[in-house]
Ligand binder design. Structure first.
Ligand SMILES: [Zn+2]
Length: 361
């Protein structure tokens, strides 16, 4: 299958150089941190090369927003979070390469770590950017999972996060950016048309960080006692695994101990509606999650029952509607600062840009 796709692309003018980076490596990457963090930028698979339109193409073929041409993954996390070596290897670079010019904005510090790994005879690098401190030095040998640095907000960064990237040096010694999540859509990978881009799955079983967007924002205060308290829209392949998505509702702090949600509804921008089942209740201090996919309803977990995702990764609106039919809250998930998802007709055209999280790649 893969070979057939490549052959078709080659006949279609695929640069020969791109074919040199298609041999599958043995998965070798460990998660570069403990736990899960939301994701504010993905590896951009689009071709031709980036224009600065703040759009990215995910490894599963979905358009989303972020820094165009981004060659890694951004994980917002508190400054000082331990950053772990994704594999055993040798420290190529560790420390401050600043000052750095970020598109006219000078920043004093730009703290990075780059590790070199030997995998199946290939020299692969992992890069960790925007750090606050490093705990290794060039030449050190590190084990997988060893703490090599602490996360931060240095370099071209608009908020505390870790940028994680993978590279391989080609025959000319130029770094080829690799998407370690590979490519998992039905169409050919546009990255293959870019000579210094490549994609292949590199994570060990269970080690790939979850990819999901953090919650959006609510423009209007929820009326009444119940509000949307959490939302996860875009997730890794949520078209196939719709339970990567959820909406969480809760009772406001000064509200009643519990609220009966029988007949309440959740609606997306496309008009898909979920109705809370008879007897569904939410308790103060506890969240009630509505997952998009199928499952068995429980006291704090409900399932919409859809075979595919509900929420548009490009941006969507989560409306919470009470049993009387009143919209009590509108929650935005998207990029645009103005009210494109409000109560009126959806605006036409694409949602506008939102500042990228990161300028480092
Ligand atoms: Zn980044």
């Amino acid at each position: 299958m893969v070979i057939a796709v490549l052959a078709a692309l080659a006949a279609d003018g695929l640069p020969e150089a791109a074919l040199r980076y298609t041999s599958p490596a043995t998965p070798f990457l460990h998660r570069p941190f403990q736990g899960d963090f939301p994701n504010s930028g993905v590896f951009d698979h689009r071709a031709p090369p980036p224009v600065n339109d703040h759009r990215q193409l995910t490894a599963w073929g979905v358009r989303t927003w972020g820094k165009a041409g981004h060659a890694g993954y951004d994980f917002p996390m508190r400054e000082g979070t331990a950053v772990l070596a994704a594999a055993e290897g040798v420290v190529e670079e560790a420390g401050d390469v600043g000052p750095t010019n970020c598109g006219g904005r000078p920043v004093e510090h730009d703290i990075r770590v780059r590790l070199r790994h030997e995998v199946d005879g290939r020299a692969i690098h992992t890069a960790y950017l925007h750090l606050s401190s490093v705990v290794v030095k060039a030449g050190d040998r590190v084990a997988a999972g060893q703490v090599v640095a602490h996360s931060g907000n240095t370099g071209c960064s608009s908020g505390p996060h870790l940028h994680f990237g993978v590279f391989e040096l080609n025959e000319r010694g130029r770094p080829v950016a690799i998407d370690p999540y590979g490519w998992d859509a039905d169409t050919p990978d546009p990255t293959l048309r870019l000579p210094l881009r490549h994609a292949e799955w590199m994570w060990l079983d269970g080690e790939a960080p979850l990819l999901f967007r953090p919650s959006g924002r609510s423009t209007a205060d929820a009326r009444g006692d119940v509000r949307i308290t959490g939302f996860r829209g875009m997730g890794w392949q949520d078209g196939r695994y719709p339970n990567n998505e959820f909406v969480m509702v809760g009772v406001r702090t000064a509200g009643p101990r519990r609220v009966d949600l029988s007949g309440w509804r959740i609606r997306n921008r496309a008009g898909l509606v979920y109705t809370f089942p008879e007897g569904a209740r939410v308790h103060r201090g506890e969240g009630l999650r509505v997952y998009s996919g199928t499952g068995v309803d429980g006291p704090d977990t409900l399932f919409w029952g859809r075979a595919a995702g509900v929420w548009n990764d490009e941006g969507d609106c989560v409306e919470l509607i009470d049993a009387r039919g009143d919209v009590v809250q509108v929650h935005h998930q998207g990029r645009r600062e103005d009210d494109w998802c409000g109560t009126g007709a959806p605006s036409d055209g694409e949602p506008g840009p939102r500042p990228p999280r990161d300028g480092g790649w």
